[in-house]
Write a protein that binds this ligand. Structure first.
Ligand SMILES: C[C@H](O)[C@H](O)[C@H]1CNC2=NC(N)=NC(=O)C2=N1
Length: 119
């Protein structure tokens, strides 16, 4: 497979605003995008992760993610090029297309632990 390349500045400007609309944000620590879904319970969160895992495996592109009870915190980047590539955009779009009743957390300034207290 051809080496995947980092997104150029032009590509970022063209592709990232639509993802921001759906709740993705740049990860300040890394050249990556991050989105946090909050579900009603663990079962819904795990259901989402199960469907996401099947998609990721099919795409051979896998999320860096963390689950705490009803919260799924996803970061996407491409290891082989050390940052954000078109594969991350494609996986982000695929995750956005999954049916989900989650609340999307749009303020990522604080690290996510558990949002249990904020029903
Ligand atoms: C060998 C295999 O194709 C690679 O390791 C794939 C698998 N999944 C991956 N997932 C992500 N997020 N980034 C990668 O660079 C990547 N590479």
């Amino acid at each position: 497979m051809a080496k995947v390349e980092l997104l150029s500045q032009d590509e970022r400007q063209a592709l990232l605003p639509a993802l921001e609309e759906t709740g993705w944000r740049a990860d300040p620590e890394a050249d990556a995008i991050r989105k946090v879904w909050k579900f009603r319970n663990f079962s819904q969160a795990w259901g989402f992760m199960s469907r996401a895992a099947l998609i990721a495996e099919k795409m051979n592109h896998h999320p860096d993610w963390r689950n705490v009870f009803n919260v799924v915190d996803v970061t996407l980047s491409t290891h082989s090029c050390g940052g954000m590539s078109i594969l991350d955009v494609e996986l982000a779009r695929a995750l956005d297309a999954l049916p989900s009743e989650a609340v999307i957390e749009r303020d990522h300034s604080q690290p996510i632990a558990c949002l249990c207290g904020q029903a």
